[in-house]
Design a protein around this ligand. Structure first.
Ligand code: UDP
Length: 423
C-alpha cells in the first residue's frame, strides 16, 4: 500500500490543543498514527472542518502528509449536533478538494460518527474501501451514563448503525469494544479488526518531577493524586473528589493534594450550568476539600510525563472508556493507576498488578485502593514497575504496523470483491 489515505476528522482538528472541547484521545491517535504510517511510506491527507477563520486552508506536514481545513458552516466551533447538519457540505468540499488537487486516494479512514457520514459517501464516490474507527459509541455511553450526563442524539445512533452495516472494516481498540459493537449495534465480527492504540514510550517514561514540584509549590512531604482528561460527567471526577474527601475525613493532617488537568469538553460545557469544571469546584468546596484540589486546566501533551511522574497515583474513574490513553501514559511513566472497571480500562489496567480496578463507581472503594498505594512505598514501586512493563507492549509503532496490515487486507478483499462483481 502506498497511499495516500484520506483521514476524515470532521469535528476536531487533530493539531489543536488537546485536553478540552472535543480534542482528546482521538486527536492524539490521529497525530501519532498518521506520522508513523507516513514513515512507513503511506502518507495521509487529514481533512477537518475549518472552525477558526484564521486557519490556513492547507498545511504541509512532514513526510508527504497534509492537513486541509474544509469550509463547512461558519468558521467557529460548533456543537456536535449542529455540526451534523453541515456534513453534506463538508463531504462536497472534501470531494471538491480531492478533484482540484488531482489526488487519488487508496482508502478512506474516518474517525468518530460525524466523519463516518462523510467517509461512507467518499468511499463510494472514489471507489475505494472505507475503514471507520468510532472511538466512542452512543449506545454504550448511554448504557453506562452517570446521573446528569446528557443523552446522545438519535441521529448519532442512526449514523452509527448505518456505519457498522456498510463499512468495509470497523476498527476496535480492544476485544471489549468488539463485543459492544456486536451486541449493541449488530456488527459482524468478521468486519471488525482490533487495533490497540499506543503510547509514545520515549516521551512517556519516569522523569525527574522535582522541577515541576517546585514550580507548583508542592513540597516533598506532600502526596499527589492526578486526574487528566476532558471534563465531563462521564469521566467520573466527582467519584474521585468524594474518595479524596473520605480519605482526609479520618485523617485531616494527611498531606495529600489532587491535581485536575483538562478543561470542559463539549458535553461538560452544557451538562451543568457553568460547565463541569465549575460544578466540580463547587462540589470540592461543599466537601470541604477545595484547599486540596487544584484545577490546572489544559496541559500540553509533552508536559504530561512530569505530571504523571510527580503523581503517587493516577485515577481514571470513567463511567465509559473505549480505551483510556491516560491510563496507559501514566503506567508508561511508572505511576500506578486506580481506574474504574469498564471498557478498555479492564484490559490496560491490571488489577492488583499495575494498579486497581474498581467496580460500581464507589468512592469508598476508590479511597481504600488509593490509600493502600499511598501508605506503602514498596507497593507503589512494584505496581509502577509492572505498569511500565505493561505499557511497553503498547507502542504507537505496533499500532501503525497492525493498522497497515488491516488496511492491506481490507484493500485486497475490496479489490477481489469488486473484480468478482464486474465478472
Ligand atoms: N490530554 C492532554 N492534556 C490535558 C488533558 C488530556 O494532552 O490537559 C491528553 C492525554 O494525555 C491523552 C488524551 O488527552 O492522550 C485523552 O485521551 P483518553 O483516551 O484518556 O480520553 P478521551 O479524550 O479519548 O476521552
Amino acid at each position: 500500500m502506498r497511499g495516500p489515505i484520506a483521514v476524515i476528522s470532521a469535528h476536531a482538528c487533530p493539531f489543536s490543543e488537546v485536553g478540552g472541547a472535543e480534542n482528546g484521545g482521538m486527536s492524539v491517535y490521529i497525530r501519532e498514527v498518521t506520522a508513523r504510517l507516513a514513515a512507513r511510506g503511506v502518507p495521509s491527507v487529514i481533512y477537518t472542518r475549518k472552525e477558526d477563520a484564521g486557519a490556513p486552508g492547507h498545511v504541509d506536514l512532514p513526510e508527504g502528509c497534509s492537513l486541509v481545513h474544509v469550509q463547512a458552516g461558519p468558521s467557529q466551533p460548533l456543537d456536535k449536533d449542529a455540526l451534523f447538519y453541515h456534513m453534506p457540505e463538508f463531504y462536497r468540499e472534501v470531494a471538491r478538494h480531492a478533484r482540484a488537487s488531482d489526488t487519488s486516494f487508496e482508502l478512506v479512514q474516518s474517525h468518530y460518527w460525524l466523519s463516518a457520514w462523510a467517509g461512507r459517501r467518499l468511499g463510494r464516490l472514489w471507489g475505494v474501501p472505507w475503514v471507520h474507527m468510532a472511538h466512542t459509541q452512543a449506545r454504550v455511553k448511554d448504557r453506562d451514563r452517570p446521573p446528569g450526563a446528557a443523552r446522545e442524539a438519535d441521529h448519532r445512533i442512526a449514523v452509527e448503525l448505518e456505519t457498522v452495516r456498510n463499512c468495509n472494516r470497523v476498527l476496535a481498540s480492544t476485544a471489549a469494544e468488539v463485543e459492544d459493537l456486536a451486541f449493541m449495534y449488530g456488527a459482524e465480527r468478521d468486519c471488525v479488526s482490533v487495533v490497540a492504540p499506543g503510547v509514545d514510550l520515549e516521551r512517556f517514561r519516569p522523569v525527574d518531577a522535582g522541577p515541576l514540584r517546585a514550580e507548583l509549590g508542592i513540597d516533598a512531604g506532600e502526596q499527589v493524586l492526578l486526574f487528566t482528561g476532558r471534563l465531563e460527567r462521564l469521566k467520573g471526577v466527582e467519584t474521585l473528589l468524594r474518595a479524596l474527601a473520605a480519605i482526609v475525613a479520618g485523617e485531616p493532617g494527611r498531606r495529600l493534594r489532587l491535581l485536575v488537568l483538562g478543561e470542559d469538553s463539549g458535553n461538560g460545557a452544557h451538562e451543568s450550568e457553568g460547565g463541569e469544571r465549575a460544578r466540580l469546584a463547587a462540589l470540592a468546596a461543599e466537601l470541604g476539600i477545595d484547599g486540596r484540589v487544584d484545577f490546572l486546566g489544559k496541559v500540553a501533551h509533552d508536559r504530561l510525563p512530569a505530571f504523571y511522574s510527580l503523581a503517587d497515583v493516577c485515577a481514571v474513574p470513567s463511567y465509559s472508556e473505549s480505551f483510556g490513553l491516560v491510563a496507559l501514559e501514566a503506567q508508561a511513566c511508572g505511576t500506578p493507576v486506580v481506574a474504574s472497571r469498564v471498557g478498555g480500562l479492564r484490559q490496560i489496567v491490571l488489577d492488583n498488578i499495575t494498579g486497581y480496578t474498581i467496580p460500581d463507581h464507589d468512592p469508598a472503594a476508590y479511597a481504600a485502593s488509593i490509600r493502600r498505594i499511598l501508605d506503602d512505598g514498596e507497593l507503589r514501586a512494584t505496581l509502577g514497575a509492572a505498569g511500565r512493563r505493561l505499557a511497553e507492549s503498547y507502542s504507537w509503532d505496533a499500532t501503525a504496523d497492525r493498522l497497515l496490515a488491516v488496511y492491506e487486507d481490507t484493500r485486497e478483499y475490496y479489490d477481489q470483491a469488486s473484480e468478482s462483481l464486474l465478472g
